[in-house]
Design a protein around this ligand. Structure first.
Ligand SMILES: Nc1nc2c(ncn2[C@@H]2O[C@H](COP(=O)(O)OP(=O)(O)OP(=O)(O)O)[C@@H](O)[C@H]2O)c(=O)[nH]1
Ligand SMILES: [Mg+2]
Length: 319
């Protein structure tokens, strides 16, 4: 018989305490935040593309080990907003700074440090309750001297804002260079506490949201110019058939104009067919079973300018 009033001494970690906490990645669009999250997580949880403003939701990836649980927070790239969607993305990203243990300023080492970085750095530097870490990404694309120069410039931006920089880490999520170093650096600044999420949980994103994002990634990657930004995906139905281990998904891809719809569908439906195949392959890896994917394309005129429509797509949820 066990006595519930006494602590359970048989557990591996008597107090259940490990190094644990929230680590947010904030930076300009396209700096490699989501790629780093995937590299640390060891599997694809976040969507990635070479177009700026790919990420639209806050995403928490749970990185669990025997000695720690790091909740790594991916955020939309902070940029000069042009519409209601852009404003919402910035709010989503900057709101993650309010309640974290480690705030990472993510700077692309392969680009000149610019005004966009300065603007994000000001927000990160204003955080008083968290350790501030500078992460220089895409280290594989630059020589050591350039990397050092740009890191110094970024440190300067943070210090001008009154911040004390706890760590500077250079990584390449593409080659895997120093991804472990990044984990060790942030882990060192986490307090001792409970695990916040179940140990086997990869992300806090609802599965419908992940499905929508995985589909949007394929659309973004297959289109150019304004089209990727005009795309929103609504997952209308996800149905599992346990008798044959399959999932059937119905989703609608929204764009803002008829011309964009034409681009997405392509000649004779060629492009939408390819998008569907690519998304299905990814979703089968995500869900670990056979997927039937039904995609429709619809026009929702100028939805990005309408704050109500932006919210209806779920952007800014959890703020
Ligand atoms: N060479 C190289 N490319 C990288 C690296 N990390 C990311 N990239 C590329 O940079 C581009 C942007 O990567 P993302 O991870 O989507 O960038 P992000 O910061 O999440 O972008 P937003 O979601 O728009 O804010 C993609 O084409 C990536 O493949 C890296 O370490 N090395
Ligand atoms: Mg991203």
């Amino acid at each position: 018989m066990t006595d519930a009033s006494k602590p359970d001494r048989s557990r591996k970690e008597p107090s259940g305490q490990v190094r644990s906490g929230f680590v947010t990645l904030v930076g300009r669009p396209n700096t490699g935040k989501s790629t780093l999250v995937n590299a640390v997580a060891g599997s694809k949880v976040a969507i990635v593309s070479d177009r700026p403003q790919t990420t639209r939701h806050r995403l928490r990836a749970v990185i669990d080990s025997d000695e720690s649980q790091i909740v790594l927070v991916d955020t939309p790239g902070v940029h000069k907003p042009k519409d209601a969607l852009g404003e919402q993305l910035n709010r989503t990203a900057l709101a993650t700074l309010a309640d974290v243990d480690v705030a990472c300023l993510v700077v692309d080492a392969s680009q000149e440090v610019g005004r966009g970085d300065a603007w994000v750095a000001r927000h990160v530097a204003a955080v008083r309750h968290a350790a501030i870490v500078l992460v220089m990404t895409k280290a594989d694309l630059v020589d050591q001297d350039t990397l050092n120069t740009r890191a110094s410039e970024a440190i300067g931006l943070l210090e001008t804002g009154g911040a004390e920089v706890a760590e500077v880490v250079a990584v390449s999520a593409r080659t895997g260079f120093n991804v472990d170093g990044f984990v060790a650096a942030v882990q060192a600044h986490l307090p001792t506490g409970p695990r916040y999420f179940p140990r086997d949980m990869a992300t806090d994103q609802p599965i419908e949201m992940m499905i929508g994002e995985f589909i949007r990634e394929k659309v973004v990657r297959s289109t150019f110019d304004e089209v990727p930004h005009a795309v929103g995906v609504a997952v209308e139905d996800v149905r599992r058939d346990e008798s044959n281990d399959t999932t059937t998904i119905h989703a609608v891809i929204f764009v803002e104009r008829e011309s964009q719809k034409g681009i997405l569908i392509g000649k004779g439906g060629e492009r939408i067919k390819r998008t569907g195949i690519e998304a299905r392959e990814d979703l089968e890896r995500l869900l670990g079973e056979k997927v039937y994917l039904d995609l429709m394309v619809k026009v929702k005129k100028d939805w990005r300018r309408d704050a109500g429509q932006v919210r209806r797509f779920g952007y800014g949820e959890g703020l």
